[in-house]
Design a protein around this ligand. Structure first.
Ligand code: FAD
Length: 394
């Protein structure tokens, strides 16, 4: 079998790339070892796929080569993908400013991509194992469970390591190494934190409670909700900070990001001296969390009114609330991580065509590359943008 373009991976980037190459008149084959295309799309955004972010800029991405993503993101913008889903009649909602989700189901996005591939004449073969990829003169040769396949160009769109049960493998990284490319160390990103014994039990009791917080670590800060889970801490703020968190280090959570808690407590003591601390906490936090705070930090006499608290005591409470500091034991790892930090070093890849600089027959797109977005639809925007740039250049 001979094709102009073979794409490895029928995920977001691979399908987008294949459709573009197909429209450009290329004979295109997409191969995937999974039994279904676009599995991650289907599970994304809680089943509703946060398919783009209208505010996408290169600053929303982590990479050792921060300029690499600029060209593709500039050429294929969120509005272009919105135009595409509009043409296919997909209804969507803007949940948080800029974040677009399907109104009904992530299946709609997969339908768009598969329809585009069909219209562009792309062939998709699932449940296909690829055993080797070799260069043969100007062409690339794949040994697969379908037999030998020859291609003018092979595009590696096999994604990262997150959620192995959804078909994730390190195959793209192995191919990169085989062709002499550098792979930057990988680690799970956008992943919930696990806690050690005492905090694990405390947080487990609060499982399901969500708070608007501001979290900081490693010089970054995110102000978004935090969710207690039976394993530790999750929710958008924790997923975001997990991407920069260094194992063994602490995270600092501002539980009342809109106010200086020490200041507010002193004012409350002045204005409402008879009020109790528990009442003050109960006005600011969900009941279960306010109660938990008082159990974690026992007060010598909870019945006393605020008037009887010293400045030092109120300052101490202020610190607990504005700088709640804890050391995660780790993260939930690849099992639940949404993305892979690190990946194929982009120094050897063209930011215009995504070809390997001294081997144009081989290209890498999407999450397999060392380009990782923050939470909020940026990762799919990268998949679309890199897929389009590469597909059009094939
Ligand atoms: P993938 O979509 O991972 O596709 C890779 C494909 O390659 C897969 O089909 C896989 O089966 C195939 N493959 C792997 N190894 C092989 C092999 N050896 N042989 C053949 N085929 C292979 N991002 C957002 O922007 N918004 C969201 O709402 C969002 N939600 C997410 C929710 C979850 C739970 C997860 C896990 C991720 C989420 N993401 C989200 C991230 C987003 O899904 C990825 O960034 C995106 O799918 C990457 O696209 P890709 O095409 O590079 O890789």
């Amino acid at each position: 079998m001979v094709y102009d373009v073979v794409v490895i991976g029928a995920g977001a980037a691979g399908l987008m790339c294949a459709a573009q190459a197909g429209y450009a008149g290329r004979r295109v084959l997409v191969l995937d070892h999974a039994n279904k295309a676009g599995k991650k799309i289907l599970m994304s955004g809680g089943g509703r796929c946060n398919f783009t972010n209208l505010g996408t800029t290169p600053q929303h991405f982590y990479s050792a080569n921060p300029h690499f993503c600029i060209s593709a993101l500039k050429r294929y913008r969120p509005e272009h993908f919105v135009e595409l889903v509009d043409r296919h009649g997909v209804e969507y909602v803007e949940k948080t400013p800029g974040q677009l989700f399907c109104a009904t189901s992530a299946k709609e996005i997969l339908r768009v991509l598969l329809t585009e591939c069909e219209w562009a004449g792309v062939e998709i073969r699932l449940k296909t194992q690829i055993t080797t990829l070799e260069r043969k003169g100007d062409a690339m040769c794949l040994a697969t469970s379908l037999g030998r396949i020859e291609a003018g160009v092979v595009v590696v769109a096999s994604g990262g390591l997150s959620i192995p049960t959804m078909g994730a493998t390190g195959f793209g990284f192995e191919l990169a190494r085989q062709f002499g490319l550098d792979v930057l160390p990988t680690r799970p990103g956008l992943v919930p934190f696990t806690l050690s014994d005492a905090w694990k039990a405390r947080c487990a009791e609060l499982s399901g409670v969500s708070l608007p917080v501001s979290v900081s670590s490693a010089g970054r800060r995110f102000t978004e909700p935090m969710l207690f889970t039976h394993r530790g801490l999750s929710g958008p703020s924790m997923l975001q900070i997990s991407s920069v968190w260094q194992p063994g280090s602490a995270i600092e959570v501002d539980l009342l990001p809109a106010e200086d808690a020490g200041d507010s407590l002193r004012k409350a003591r002045e204005i409402t001296p008879k009020r109790q601390l528990s009442t003050w906490l109960g006005e600011r936090f969900p009941k279960r969390f306010a109660q938990a705070l008082l159990e974690w930090y026992p007060d010598p006499d909870l019945a006393r009114p605020l008037a009887q608290y010293s400045n030092a005591e109120l300052e101490q409470w202020g610190g607990r609330l504005n700088q709640w500091t804890l050391k995660p034991a780790g993260t939930e790892g690849w099992r639940t991580a949404e993305v892979t930090m690190g990946g194929v070093n982009t120094q050897a890849i063209s930011s215009k065509t995504f070809e390997v600089k001294d081997l144009p027959q081989l290209r890498f797109i999407g999450e397999v590359l060392d380009v990782t977005g923050e939470l909020g639809g940026y990762n799919f925007q990268w998949a679309w943008a890199s897929g389009v740039a590469c597909g059009q250049a094939c």
